[in-house]
Design a protein around this ligand. Structure first.
Ligand SMILES: O=C(O)C1=C[C@@H](O)[C@H](O)C=C1
Ligand SMILES: CC(=O)C(=O)O
Length: 339
């Protein structure tokens, strides 16, 4: 059994207890209910308001190999098994988010640093993502302002892991993250894209802070590639405006490139992966009417083995129609060589 967090995408309301030999680390329900976070002795349970109906929703269930302890630190609900950590915070709907984002991100860094953990994957779901805040700044750019201020103070603006920022249907900001105590993970860039840290000022007063993917090696040598929300961007430009099919193909192509052997070799890593290795894929589609086209392209491109879910959501640039993320696990065969 892998001694690293693994994820299963289950239907909402399905029994979200851990499989035999695994322990719950965190449960994220994508539902039609309001965003909230609860915590019990088992783990934090996050609800993200991002499904049209319960039927559209799903549960993202993270488990780990060892029993966890849970805790609360300011706005952060967390669980840890001593090596891996799951944390989450919720900021209610506000006229502006930078200040509250700064406060919660400060708590995330204080908590993970005090416990000796380093984040390796972060997700954010933000209602009104493309809407102007009370000061007229797009909410996504408002969020980036708050995040960047904290990371600048901590000197880690260019060392953040894979991330996702996607719109929610209401409820303010929900953020959840995975972190690890020991061992280094490697943040990857995609040479076909300008690193988000270096986006020109036209995209906002502060650049986003995330890597294109993060590569993690577990104690048993298994590796996991966590791919950020990836869109139809080359260089720093959004490509194929208005053409959701072309945007879907380029987003998939960007994912295949960033986890491919050439890019991993360029980051001094072995055993690149491919789209055929992806699982736990979340596809975010701006217009519901585009879902059938996006599904068709994804089904033709992704392996049948992949768990793929589709969500109707706003994306961090208003000219982007689709974005997707995934995980490429590489379990070691018993011989110790990559499968
Ligand atoms: O700002 C981010 O962290 C981010 C935005 C999107 O490009 C994508 O969801 C990945 C990360
Ligand atoms: C916008 C987006 O998806 C990116 O910056 O990669």
């Amino acid at each position: 059994m892998v001694n690293a967090p693994t994820v299963a995408l289950q239907s909402i309301g399905a029994d979200t207890s851990a499989p035999i030999g695994r322990h719950l680390l965190g449960v994220v329900n994508f539902t039609d209910k309001s965003s909230e976070i609860t915590i019990d002795k088992a783990c934090p349970r996050v609800s993200v308001n991002l499904a049209e109906t319960v039927g559209d929703g799903f549960a993202e269930v993270w488990t780990t190999a060892r029993p966890v302890t849970t805790g609360q630190f300011g706005t952060i609900s967390w669980a840890s098994d001593g090596e891996f950590f799951f944390g989450a915070f919720h900021i209610p709907e506000l006229p502006q988010y930078a200040e509250a984002t700064e406060a919660s991100y400060t708590e995330v860094l204080e908590l993970t640093e005090s416990l000796g953990y380093r984040p390796f994957r972060i997700w954010h779901y933000i209602s009104g993502l493309n809407e102007p805040n009370a000061a007229g700044l797009e909410t996504y750019r408002d969020f980036c302002l708050g995040r960047a201020r904290v990371l600048e103070r901590s000197g880690i603006t260019h060392d953040m892991p894979a991330a996702t920022v996607i719109g929610a249907h209401g409820g303010g900001i929900v953020c959840y993250l995975l972190a690890r105590r020991r061992g280094a993970h490697v943040n990857l860039e995609n040479p076909r894209q300008v690193p988000a840290y270096h986006y020109p000022a036209r995209y906002g007063p502060k650049s986003p802070n995330f890597a294109r993917a993060t590569h993690l090696t577990a104690a048993d040598g298994s590796t996991f590639l966590y791919v950020s929300g990836t869109a139809s961007i080359l260089g720093h430009r959004s490509m194929h405006p208005g053409d959701v099919a072309a945007q879907t193909r380029l987003a998939l192509d960007n994912v295949g490139y960033v986890i491919g052997p050439g890019n991993l070799f360029a980051h001094d890593l072995n055993a690149g992966q491919g789209l055929a290795d992806l699982t736990a894929v979340k596809v975010y589609v701006r217009h519901r009417a585009d879902l059938p086209v996006v599904r068709e392209i994804c089904r033709a491109t992704l392996p049948e083995s992949a768990d793929v879910v589709y969500l109707n959501a706003d994306i961090c640039r208003s000219d982007l129609l689709v974005e997707l993320e995934g995980i490429a696990p590489q379990q070691l065969a018993t011989s110790g060589s990559p499968q």
